[in-house]
Design a protein around this ligand. Structure first.
Ligand SMILES: Nc1ncnc2c1ncn2[C@@H]1O[C@H](COP(=O)(O)OP(=O)(O)OP(=O)(O)O)[C@@H](O)[C@H]1O
Ligand SMILES: [Mg+2]
Length: 325
């Protein structure tokens, strides 16, 4: 039986359809990734699965329990790491976890044991009695992961677990996730903007504007592209797009300053294209598929939208944790 099962799920906020009829399932022990740009509907989906939001229509179940009818049972089966940090900076690492353990009804002895195990799994055993205020962003995220697994969840939800962290800390967190999966067999549902991270998932679904536009293993999705991605830059991308369609019968996608084209043998087609086109080409590149190419070929845009500030989340993360108290 699937650990997460979602059927024609819809969530509307007034005129905005945040989740637009998605269906998928996640099997026990899988690491399943939800990949999509800002506003795609990732956090909304997690909120529904974690019973924090009611769906507008459709069904969702987690651990075999319906997210609406059996919300209490769902809550007992899951751990959550929210997109926005939720630790109490004025408490120690231990106190943060103890508070959480009490919420789950653990007695002090059981709580101590589980807290020690969880802290050691994320490599924070030596920092147990330090105030969280003194922790780095990466340490805080690790502490939140420790908190998320205290109740031995069947399914662990992680909304952007690594956002705003440096690549080294992100790798560390990935190691913990793999350890966790190996040692506890927990099912992980996570969201990310980072395409490199989606490669670590057993399966991913690509979500855009509330719809799942592709799903499968990372290599299945890349294989679906059947070949290489050519990018041609030109002052007149529209003209280029129509010339390629007319002369070569190939569809290309217009994007920032040029076009993108997916072909089986880029090395053969590229010279022919350049010889045959009259539109002035200013730059050319060819790449073998990455997940970003999958996204680009499906939506015509990069997963990080133009003008987005990759450090924006880090700045707001720093503000929330170090200022204002
Ligand atoms: N409580 C709410 N009220 C109104 N609109 C909302 C609410 N929560 C989300 N939305 C809207 O729903 C859409 C999806 O938002 P959601 O937070 O699920 O996206 P996301 O994929 O998690 O994005 P991000 O990558 O930025 O975290 C957005 O258009 C957002 O503005
Ligand atoms: Mg989100």
């Amino acid at each position: 039986m699937s650990n997460i099962s979602v059927n024609s799920l819809v969530k509307k906020f007034g005129a905005v359809t945040a989740v637009d009829g998605i269906s998928f399932s996640v099997e026990p022990g899988e690491v399943f990734g939800f990949l999509g740009p800002n506003g795609a509907g990732k956090s909304t989906t997690i909120s529904i699965l974690c019973t924090l939001l009611a769906p507008t229509s459709g069904r969702a179940s987690v651990g075999g329990f319906d997210c609406v009818r059996d919300a209490d049972a769902v809550r007992r089966s899951i751990g959550i790491i929210f997109q926005d940090p939720t630790l109490d900076n004025g408490l120690t690492a231990f106190e943060n976890l103890l508070f959480h353990a009490y919420l789950y009804g653990l007695d002090r002895r059981a709580a101590r044991k589980r807290i020690d195990d969880a802290l050691s799994l994320v490599g924070l055993d030596g920092r147990k009695n330090e105030l969280v205020r003194k922790f780095s962003g990466g340490m805080k995220r690790r502490l939140e992961i420790a908190r998320g697994i205290l109740n031995y969840p069947k399914v662990l939800f992680m909304d952007e677990p690594t956002i705003g962290l440096d690549p080294q800390t992100r790798n560390l967190i990935w190691e913990f996730i793999r350890e966790l999966k190996k040692n506890t067999g927990v099912t992980v549902f996570m969201t990310t903007h980072y395409l490199e991270e989606a490669e670590f998932c057993d399966r991913i679904a690509i979500i855009d504007l509330g719809k799942i536009i592709a799903s499968g293993t990372p290599s299945e999705l890349k294989a679906g592209l059947q070949g290489d991605t050519l990018k041609l830059s030109a002052a007149d991308p529209k003209g280029l797009e129509s010339e390629i369609r007319e002369k070569f019968g190939m569809d290309s996608k217009i994007n920032d300053g040029g076009i993108t084209l997916t072909v089986k043998r880029g090395d053969e087609i590229l010279p022919a294209l350049i010889r045959g086109l009259s539109t002035k080409i200013t730059a050319v590149s060819m790449t073998t598929p990455t997940l970003n190419d999958v996204f680009l070929s499906l939506t015509g845009k990069n997963i990080r939208e133009e003008g987005s500030d990759p450090y924006g989340p880090m700045r707001s993360y720093a503000r929330k944790n170090h200022g204002g108290h």
